[in-house]
Design a protein around this ligand. Structure first.
Ligand code: CMP
Length: 137
């Protein structure tokens, strides 16, 4: 069993897409092991995306990620990392496959509705960033 971090980003929450995203997660038989609605500070967003700190979009991305509430979740299942990334679609919604969340709902490469960990090490860091052991069922 593998765990991964999923985030419904501020655009997804403000556009009323929490239910839609959770429906897709449950339909795809990924288990929700932890979930909460939070609003990150700028410092927390910078810490979360530290791996991107040299990228030209870092400032804008971290401003966006603390611009409103987000839903953070730990998902579990076999191949959970890849399965959740397949459900999300490519970072750029224009490249995302039909039927993916980003293809269906994203409006912008930055405002792309959802986030998912990209590897086991990232998943360990990212799930631990938001949840301690007592917060996971
Ligand atoms: P995410 O999967 O959360 O990982 C990093 C985020 O940076 C990505 O989704 C996008 O929201 C954002 N991002 C990636 N590439 C770009 C880009 N070229 N311009 C602006 N934002 C980007």
């Amino acid at each position: 069993m593998e765990q991964t971090l999923a985030i419904i980003k501020p655009d997804g929450v403000s556009r009323g897409l929490i239910g839609e995203v959770i429906l897709r997660i449950e339909r795809n038989k990924l288990k929700i092991k932890a979930m909460k609605l939070i609003q990150m500070s700028k410092t927390q967003a910078q810490g979360f995306y530290a791996v991107h700190r040299e990228r030209p979009f870092f400032q804008s991305l971290t401003d966006f990620m603390c611009s409103g509430p987000v839903v953070v979740m730990v998902l579990e299942g076999e191949n959970a990392i890849k399965r959740w990334r397949d459900m999300m679609g490519a970072t750029n919604y224009k490249d995302a496959a039909e039927g993916t969340i980003r293809r269906d709902f994203a409006t912008d490469i930055e405002k792309n509705v959802v986030h998912g960990s990209d590897a086991p090490e990232t998943a360990a860091f990212e799930t631990g960033y938001f949840f301690n052991a007592l917060e996971r069922v």
